[in-house]
Design a protein around this ligand. Structure first.
Ligand SMILES: [Zn+2]
Length: 123
């Protein structure tokens, strides 16, 4: 797996997700969080910041509500990439680290229409 392969990933199907605009990273295009990239990060276990494979711990950043619900909308990150992301002015302030996560796709009746990440082994 190379960075070049990751960067050549098609962007079609890349509906932009609301929130967390104005950030930069593998899962973003021109400041918009791309759903296709978020799913790719989830299923491929790659970092939303740099696009490389995740190790442990895994970091999630979000706002206070996401932390409260333990459900994050931004893709999983390396701890270092989370720190880099959080230096961007638009980044949410909260950060958690976990050894693992569940990827939750919304159901039809779900109050939250976006896919999300549930850390399951907070560190
Ligand atoms: Zn990374």
């Amino acid at each position: 797996m190379s960075g070049e392969a990751a960067s050549s990933t098609s962007l079609d199907g890349g509906a932009a997700l609301p929130g967390a605009r104005g950030l930069e990273g593998f899962a973003w295009d021109d400041g918009r969080l791309l759903r296709a990239r978020v799913v790719e990060c989830a299923l491929g276990r790659v970092c939303g910041g740099c696009g490389r494979p995740l190790g442990r711990p895994i970091a999630f950043v979000g706002d206070a509500e996401e932390r409260e619900r333990n459900a994050f909308h931004l893709p999983p990150l390396h701890v270092a990439c989370a720190a880099t992301l959080q230096r961007q002015p638009a980044a949410p302030a909260e950060l958690v680290t976990t050894a693992g996560f569940e990827f939750v796709r919304p159901t039809r009746d779900d109050a939250d229409p976006e896919p999300r990440f549930v850390p399951n082994s907070l560190l």
